[in-house]
Write a protein that binds this ligand. Sequence first.
Ligand code: ADP
Ligand code: MG
Length: 654
Amino acid sequence: EKPRLLDDGEGGVLFFSSSYSSSSGFGFSSIEKQRQRLPVYKYRSAILYLVETHATTIIVGETGSGKTTQIPQYLKEAGWADGGRVIACTQPRRLAVQAVASRVAEEMGVKLGEEVGYTIRFEDLTNPDVTRVKFLTDGVLLREMMDDPLLTKYSVIMVDEAHERSISTDMLLGLLKKIQRRRPDLRLIISSATIEAKTMSTFFQTSKRRRGLEGEALEPKVEPAILSVEEPPGDILVFLTGQDDIDTAVQLLTENDRNDRKKSELIVLPLYSGLSRAEQELIFSPTPRGKRKVVISTNIAETSLTLEGIVYVVDSGFSKQRFYNPISDIENLIITPISKASARQRTGRAGRIRPGKCYRLYTEEYFINEMPAEGIPEMQRSNLVTCVIQLKALGIDNILGFDWPSPPSPEVMIRALEVLYSLGVLDDDAKLTSPVGFQVAEIPLEPMISKMILASGDLGCSEEIITIAAVLSIQSIWTSSRGAQKELDEARLQFAAAEGDHVTFLNVYKGFLQSNKSSQWCHKNFINYQAMKKVMEVREQLRRIAQRLGIVLKSCERDTTVIRKAVTAGFFANACQLEAYSHNGMYKSIRGSQEVYIHPSSVLFRVNPKWVIYHSLVSTDRQYMRNIITIDPGWLTEAAPHFYQYRQLTHMPH
Ligand code: ADP
Ligand code: MG
């Protein structure tokens, strides 16, 4: 079969249709046979030819066709890693990085962390002397550019899952385009599962004589919304929106029900970022005979990961997406209809090994009228504070004029500049300040957290703040517990601090240390042991970074005022005030007068202190503040005089 090869001398674009030959006993063949059966294999020499002869190659192929796991190996086999050079493959998601790296190590018969390794934030499983194929998040590659702006150690960089259009992917593409001018030897591969390649190829000015993608589009099929377990064997993949509803669904499906024989055949597994390695392995391990695996996932399983035995897909039609409003300066996670492109991807996950079914929990009319054709790139619906500081740190001064695949709105850019200015990260000329700006840029966390850590050095509470930062970087330290909500609330109450969730975290951390980091203690107290282990790891890394930056490591011995001041120094923009006559706990954000409420998971839920700062917002029926701490409003003008004009606050009743 001839690949469709389009070539205008500047870049190569390769489309291939996926015809998966699964005829002869897939499960029992050798790894080598399996590799050869993947659709991408037929294009091995075409891909290598394009990479050899073009600076940029764009590859579009269906999910599961072998792009991620095979192409880096082909490159390695063709010598692109000779002479100490490294082949990089980026992914937007950390979990995908871990999963594909371990798969590739297995296929190559090497130990993960040696010839094949991976790096994600706070976890580096590579050895610079021997690692030749490296998987990493696009965010980590951006960070590497701070030390090595031309990414000199890499011979080929494969920017994978480009259709996801994450902020980091988009930034990376803009920056790689610049690097290419200085490094003609560098090869870029941009790979994607969908037609989004169009934007990419225009961006890299590749072929304009493009033809269509092979294979026909799937027509929406509307099936009843109930998935009967009477279906013939085959694993089920369910798409929900986030950890909360996934955990709830897992619990519903596993609740003890002795009369339900069908339920006992199910192996119900959650899939979202932040799972431990052991939990990930369960997802990929073969389903035992007589059992049916049910994987309940976020959109991570849409294109980044392929699960072999899936025959049935249940698509809720929704995903959780970030949205940012530059006027109110509020960013939150909103459950939104997915795009038609995503719906097709989800459907395509069914029946890779034999004919399957997709149950779409929405009507055909909804599909046609309500779902957008394609998603909006993250760049255009996010707060860009982190993005702007990174560009500044890379020496890109004219960020408004930066060459983006899809430019964000100038208002959002200006908002980001304003916040960074208030944080003391940028000066009047919008250049990084010294040392604060450079230090904040150096810490691999969002600038507000980094600023909080820096401030804690001056306030003498860095040990506590580093613990808090580590906890905040983890999804949740509590175990989720449907049915045991009362017990969970009681357990949480034992640690509750009047100052709020941040100080509560310190109590949990202290208890964990005093228990000698015992998993039983965690279990008894509804605390997620894996999460606490991760907190310890992240904390250790943050301490090292703090030391490198010359931040004094000191404990305030539980003087919570300085702790709250440090939080304010970073998160002053998230300050809210309880409405004076509110009987239902309504707060207004001080800057944008947005209505917000305390999330039920907060220890301050129903306590309703007058002034609070939140860490993040979640939006369901209302906007809920998650992880909050009480403050004195006077600290706001102290921390950010430009952001909060004095007048604004004195007008407010105390
Ligand atoms: P693509 O990047 O085109 O979506 P991948 O390279 O990720 O495809 O996957 C190719 C094939 O490799 C999949 O069909 C699957 O069978 C197999 N595979 C990928 N990752 C794993 C894993 N962690 N465990 C087992 N098989 C895997
Ligand atoms: Mg892939």
